[in-house]
Design a protein around this ligand. Structure first.
Ligand SMILES: [Zn+2]
Length: 142
């Protein structure tokens, strides 16, 4: 099993003076699938495969550790849309169960697939903005 070890963050006056990164801007850029720093380069080289570095500003994307967080967030988002919708439709119209399943299951799958990449991009953007997982040490002259 491979273990990931990052050096401990040493808090000093120098680290406190680093340029602040706009969290919301990084989230939005990542959500659009763009580099969180420049907003121009593509973040993904495949559906859920984050590229190694930004083709425009050469920001190294390899420190990101999105792991399972995007999937959990998509479950929360889609669940909070589909469950109230299904309950509202059931209470007001009570269509046959087979019809409900024929609509809800594909709709849930489609919504999940459509949201997965943007949410993963937003997570990577958030990690960059918060200088997590080694996004801090690189590119010191930004
Ligand atoms: Zn970039």
């Amino acid at each position: 099993m491979e273990t990931v070890s990052t050096p401990p963050t040493v808090w000093s006056q120098e680290t406190a003076l680093k340029e602040k990164r706009d969290v919301w801007q990084a989230l939005k850029r990542g959500f659009r699938g763009r580099c969180p720093r420049c907003g121009e380069g593509k973040l993904f080289r495949a559906f859920l495969k984050v590229d190694n570095k930004c083709p425009v500003c050469a920001l190294d994307f390899t420190p990101h550790r999105a792991d399972d967080l995007p999937a959990y967030l998509v479950i929360v988002i889609v669940g909070h849309i589909m469950v109230p919708l299904a309950l509202w439709i059931e209470i007001n119209y009570s269509p046959p169960v087979a019809l409900q399943l024929a609509i809800y299951l594909p709709a849930t799958l489609l919504a999940s697939l459509l949201l997965l990449q943007p949410v993963k991009g937003a997570v990577v953007g958030l990690q960059w903005a918060l200088r997590m997982h080694g996004f801090d040490e690189q590119n010191p002259t930004e």
